[in-house]
Design a protein around this ligand. Structure first.
Ligand code: AP5
Length: 209
């Protein structure tokens, strides 16, 4: 099954995509993680993307389309995948239609006030991509999966978060109508608890939770 996760920053796309990919044994293709890795390694893509990502702006469509074209051509995508963070603009969605058959678009809806709270308390592992929230971390400062230190993402700074929300409403939210018109959209209440959101998505995908 080829699935897109759509929703504003902090809606829980990464959290749910990671768990569902583990359950379905398919790859999670997070464009945010791919770009952060490229930035950390100083690759040509990373150098191009750095200023956009850190300012909470979208990286140009052509860079992202090339990344996705290469990634979807890999062997591990043959049994399906979850696209987490792509597409984010109508031109990206149109480009994707030329290279992939999408079965379902999972939209996670969360209001802006909650998104700001979630992102300000988020801590991530840059090594394996695991995501946590300070309210559930207690004294822990390292990743429970790989033991690396947890950090706050630069783009989770309050002023950058507001910019990312504006960018989402202006450039990404139009994809809701785009996929509704293709009968692919399934909407979920992302304000519910992580477990409940997970169970509802798995049920809709027809997979055993
Ligand atoms: P990206 O990394 O994709 O960031 P994003 O879409 O802004 O999404 P986030 O990772 O911030 O949030 P999420 O929905 O995954 O939430 P999470 O599960 O972490 O992109 C970063 C940047 O890269 C972009 O700004 C852009 O510059 C660039 N980029 C990437 N893709 C691009 C593209 N296609 N085109 C152009 N540029 C692109 O959860 C958030 C927090 O909430 C966590 O702390 C979590 O523990 C908590 N949480 C999750 N679910 C729940 C719940 N149900 N209840 C309570 N708390 C919850």
């Amino acid at each position: 099954m080829n699935i897109i996760f759509l929703g504003p920053p902090g809606a829980g796309k990464g959290t749910q995509a990671q768990r569902i990919c583990d359950a379905l044994n398919i790859p999670q293709i997070s464009t945010g993680d791919i770009l952060r890795k490229a930035i950390k390694e100083g690759t040509p893509t990373g150098l191009k993307a750095k200023e956009y990502v850190e300012a909470g702006k979208l990286v140009p469509d052509e860079v992202l389309v090339e990344i996705i074209r290469d990634r979807l051509a890999m062997d591990d995508c043959k049994q399906g995948y979850i696209l987490d963070g792509f597409p984010r603009t109508v031109p990206q969605a149109e480009a994707l239609e030329k290279i992939a058959n999408i079965d379902c678009v999972v939209e996670l809806a969360v209001d802006d006030e909650n998104l700001i709270k979630r992102l300000s308390g988020r801590r991530v592992c840059l090594n394996c991509g695991a995501t946590y929230h300070v309210s559930l971390l207690g004294d822990r400062t390292t990743c429970e999966k790989c033991g690396e230190p947890l950090i706050q993402r630069k783009d989770d700074a309050p002023e950058t978060v507001l910019n990312r929300l504006t960018v989402y409403h202006e450039q990404t939210a139009p994809l809701i109508a785009f996929y509704e018109s293709r009968n692919l959209l399934k909407r979920f209440d992302g304000m519910k608890g992580m477990e409940e959101v997970y169970q509802s998505i798995m049920e809709t995908l027809g997979a055993k939770a």
